[in-house]
Design a protein around this ligand. Structure first.
Ligand SMILES: NC(=O)c1ccc[n+]([C@@H]2O[C@H](COP(=O)([O-])OP(=O)(O)OC[C@H]3O[C@@H](n4cnc5c(N)ncnc54)[C@H](O)[C@@H]3O)[C@@H](O)[C@H]2O)c1
Length: 313
């Protein structure tokens, strides 16, 4: 099986690569990434024999057509993915998350729909929910520009499934954390700030509710989809345990022996902040035989160790 991994040097891609390289059914991996600021350059030096890297943009349909021709499965992880940036300027989000997805779909179309697509999305396409959980069948109700562009990309993928019988699956991750994440998000930013003896700024009162899935559980889910024969299915990968942002920062502070009162400062809330995300993973558990294995406390302990190891290198 030959894989085209778009956005493969990002956070999820860097973690997925390790599994793809170990998988005997995977014979070739082409990583295409435009090296935006979240890309992990050190990963290029660690690539195994099966993998090759090409600097390129998914919006370049000609390039994508040539690469799709050499592949059996496209795993699309290329995205602009940080909500705060989409609030400052949504245009790059439309470019990659909507037009880039269309460009990939056109490349697959020009290749006669021989290639399968696994497309990464988010639980944010369903918006926030005060009680209960969304499922894969819930109507999309994105509430920030990032989520709106991800929803648009998903709609294009689904429409190509219906119109052209594109063989696709969509995977909706909840909030992820783990090694190789650019330190602009809550968890890596907190660790990096605490390591530098700086305060972590928390949006609003810090009481927003999220679920956190370790990236190694998330990429195991992607591998389960890769090895399944499902066609046109969406799979949500979430966690049951809920935490406020303040609780997450408190756990990190405890692991890193910081006094919460002096390690945190409160900053104005994000515009249009979603109060709670919650997605039900029952379908993924039943159909993919997937389940999360790492609790937030375990994952955060491992991650703090990973950062101190990186720091010492
Ligand atoms: N990280 C999370 O918590 C999370 C949660 C839910 C969903 N997701 C989704 O998972 C996917 C991967 O996210 P991530 O956290 O790894 O993001 P990331 O920003 O770490 O990685 C994205 C990668 O894509 C590359 N890229 C961006 N635009 C590109 C383009 N036009 N052409 C080629 N490469 C491009 C970047 O250089 C980067 O290496 C995204 O679809 C995101 O929406 C992530």
């Amino acid at each position: 099986m030959r894989i085209l991994l778009t956005g493969g040097l990002g956070f999820v891609g860097s973690n997925l690569l390790e599994l793809l390289e170990k998988d005997e059914a995977v014979t070739k991996i082409i990583i295409v990434d435009n090296l935006c600021y979240t890309a992990n350059l050190p990963v290029i030096e660690k690539l195994g024999n099966k993998s090759s890297f090409i600097k390129g943009d998914i919006c370049d349909t000609n390039l994508m057509r040539g690469l799709v021709r050499q592949s059996d499965v496209v795993i699309n992880l290329a995205a602009q993915a940080f909500v705060d940036n989409s609030i400052s300027n949504a245009r790059p989000f439309v470019d990659t998350n909507v037009l880039g997805v269309l460009s990939l779909l056109e490349a697959i179309k020009q290749d006669g729909f021989r290639c399968r697509l696994i497309h990464a999305s988010t639980d944010e396409v369903w918006g926030d929910i005060l009680e209960g959980s969304f499922t894969e069948d819930s109507p999309y109700l994105p509430r920030n520009p990032y989520a709106a562009t991800k929803a648009a990309g998903d709609h294009l993928v689904r429409s190509f499934g219906n119109t052209f019988n594109l063989n696709y699956n969509i995977v909706h991750f909840t909030n992820l954390y783990g090694p190789w994440m650019y330190p602009e998000r809550l968890i890596p930013k907190t660790i990096v700030r605490f390591m530098a003896n700086e305060r972590m700024g928390l949006h609003g009162d810090g009481n927003q509710i999220r679920t956190w899935l370790h990236v190694s559980d998330a990429v195991q889910g992607v591998m389960k989809i890769l090895h399944s024969s499902f066609h046109g299915e969406s799979f949500a990968l979430g966690m049951e345990a809920e935490h406020t942002n303040l609780e997450v920062v408190s756990i990190v502070a405890k692991i890193m022996s910081k006094k919460l009162e002096t390690a945190v400062e409160y900053i104005p809330d994000r515009l249009g902040q979603d109060f709670r995300y919650s997605v039900c993973s029952t379908k993924s558990m039943n159909m993919l035989n997937w389940k999360p294995t790492i609790s937030l406390e375990q994952g955060l302990n491992k991650l703090v160790k990973w950062y101190s190891h990186q720091h010492d290198e």
